[in-house]
Design a protein around this ligand. Sequence first.
Ligand code: NAD
Ligand code: GLY
Length: 371
Amino acid sequence: MHANFSSAASQVQIQLAERSYPIVIGTQLLGSALTYQHLPQAASALVVSNTTVAPLFATQLMQALQSRYRKVLLLTLPDGEVHKDWPTLQLIFDALLQNGCDRKTVLFALGGGVVGDMTGFAAASYMRGVPFVQVPTTLLAQVDSSVGGKTAINHPLGKNMIGAFYQPLLVVCDLDVLATLPTRELSAGLAEVIKYGPIADMAFFDWIEANLDALLAKDATALAHAIERSCEIKAWVVGQDEREAGLRAILNFGHTFGHAIESGLGYGKWLHGEGVGCGMVMAAHLSQRLGLVDRPFVERLTVLVGRAGLPVTGPRLSSTDNAGRYLELMRIDKKSEAGEIRFVLIDGPGKATVRSVPDALVRQVIDDCCI
Ligand code: NAD
Ligand code: GLY
């Protein structure tokens, strides 16, 4: 289905049989009733946002939804990765129940990946599943987290450990919302954009190298292309392997090291995208040690990650056994099997592979990459 959202918008389709849905990318989408015209009828809608994003965009979105839903409610959560937890998730269920929301109520996630992942998980479990829409407001969420149906909260022992696969009905990527996004968050989003090059499309990697300054300057044309191509690659992967039986794991390039950094430092200290940026550099070093890529490739990736404003050296997570602490944290990764860590590695530029690697080799890379 290629519905009409706005003349200027482009669309990427996630093909998952009866769970298929469009990602619509463009300007002036969030506040337009036209954007939501194909959503199912319901008595109520709940917009879930946070203390930073709600004051910026909730009124616009709620006005656009008013023609479609009799009751449009807003729930404003505390902001931050540190709140991606059970007590905050509970606030969503509280709001739904206190307002008599039924199983047709549509949830709208208005925010970055934290709001999106939590709202999606709430939608997956409230009354065993209610419809939801992603309205991502960070670059990271527009190119990755709002797409593909992974929803979760964190556990103190591991990132995104409690969650569900649950697809939205629609993803609305409005470029206008990125105007207020802080530079550090833009850079974090660029990590997930860069990721798609080494794992799937080196022509896109070349394009990012050539257009990075425009992306950093929030040039609308460059951002639109980066979002569209990222979503196309993610759609191609998710369409083949929705529940990560195999292929989908390549989207976690850089995430095994990155998640260890995020949880090892304490959630929120490094942004998710910063962990991924540095994690990609570490995973590229590991790929090189295994003879899968050459040194110039690792250097090229490191330069691009650094130019994007992301860290390229890992933090120390322990003053006594730093590599041991990384290994301990990485074993909690969802890709681990029987306690064995499985890494996404680059098997020649543009192609990824998922493998376990001897601890000794991983230790060497951690020692080389951490300051
Ligand atoms: P985030 O949701 O914490 O947003 C970053 C910050 O930017 C927050 O303070 C937020 O309030 C603020 N913000 C959001 N939009 C803004 C705007 N337009 N203007 C100004 N400020 C704005 O972080 P994120 O980087 O969007 O997402 C990271 C999360 O996504 C992590 O929890 C990660 O695990 C998850 N993630 C999930 C998937 C998935 O497939 N589900 C993929 C990648 C990442
Ligand atoms: N962000 C990884 C995935 O969606 O699988």
